[in-house]
Design a protein around this ligand. Structure first.
Ligand code: ADP
Length: 256
């Protein structure tokens, strides 16, 4: 009941309310800015493949002297761009589902050792092509209660990134230890690493250290944003830091 407060105290309360209101307003503005930025970035990401597909098809349709070989090449390139579009749209949809908070993910016991072993098998060719070694030092079994598909996304994205960016001949090492109700994971590589000024931003949507390289490697710029949200969904947090010698280390925890 405000009538109970002396005049000067009322003034103080009013001032505090105004301050809180301004902060809320700022947060809302900030949120809107981020939303706006995300839509702008997404539109930009989608525009590039669409424009190339349009260009290839237009040339096929209008260039009457085109050789069969070039026609085939342009169709193959168009197809690759449609795959890129699909990857971006799939990642946007995964992030949207994670953000919305309205879709219930099914949680069940998942053996992370098994999940990682599968990923090692799936990526064996790419790993050997780059002379990379993936050392899985997890205990077997390592059971957590989680969503199998999201947990797979976490380890698959980190593995794909190491293959794409760490560099030939590097080693990926995965370790984990349990304290209380959490498993603490450390996913590290001894590759080229990420410059300090970029480390804080790599979990942002569409943020890349090297845009050209990411696109060339088929990256959507959303992988680590998905990893971060999937970790949060499992009660944990994730950080990235530079390894002492070289490379990058992702440290995160997952609720048992
Ligand atoms: P992308 O689709 O571009 O891979 P991500 O969100 O997965 O998007 O990663 C963001 C950026 O972080 C990448 O573009 C890359 O520059 C950098 N990055 C991620 N993992 C590594 C790594 N293991 N070594 C070096 N750079 C990395």
């Amino acid at each position: 009941d405000l009538a109970e407060f002396p005049g000067d105290e009322l003034g103080e309360i009013a001032e505090r309310i105004i301050k809180i209101y301004r902060r809320l307003q700022y947060t809302k503005e900030e949120q809107n800015r981020l939303k706006h930025e995300l839509i702008q970035n997404a539109a930009h990401e989608l525009k590039t493949p669409v424009a190339s597909i349009q260009g290839y098809i237009e040339t096929i349709l209008t260039d009457t002297k085109m050789t069969e070989e070039n026609r085939q090449l342009f169709l193959e390139r168009s197809f690759a761009q449609t795959q890129r579009l699909t990857a971006i749209l799939q990642d946007i949809s995964t992030l949207h589902r994670l953000d919305s908070g309205t879709i219930a993910y099914e949680f069940e016991p998942v053996d992370i050792y098994e999940t990682v072993s599968h990923i090692q098998q799936e990526t064996a060719l790419q790993l050997s092509g780059r002379r990379m070694t993936f050392v899985n030092q997890l205990p077997s079994p390592l059971i957590v209660r989680g969503n199998a598909s999201l947990l797979y996304s976490i380890f698959r994205n980190l593995t794909d990134n190491a293959i794409a960016y760490a560099g030939d001949g590097t080693t990926i090492t995965l370790t984990a230890r349990q304290t209380g109700d959490y498993w603490h994971f450390c996913f590290s590589d001894n590759g080229v690493g990420i410059p300090q000024e970029h480390l804080m931003r790599i979990f942002e949507r569409f943020y890349r250290v090297d845009k050209g390289r990411s696109r060339k490697m088929g990256g959507t710029g959303l992988g680590l944003a998905i990893v971060k949200n999937a970790v949060i969904m499992h009660g944990g947090t994730i950080t990235a830091c530079r390894n002492e010698d070289s490379g990058v280390r992702f440290v995160f925890d997952i609720h048992c």
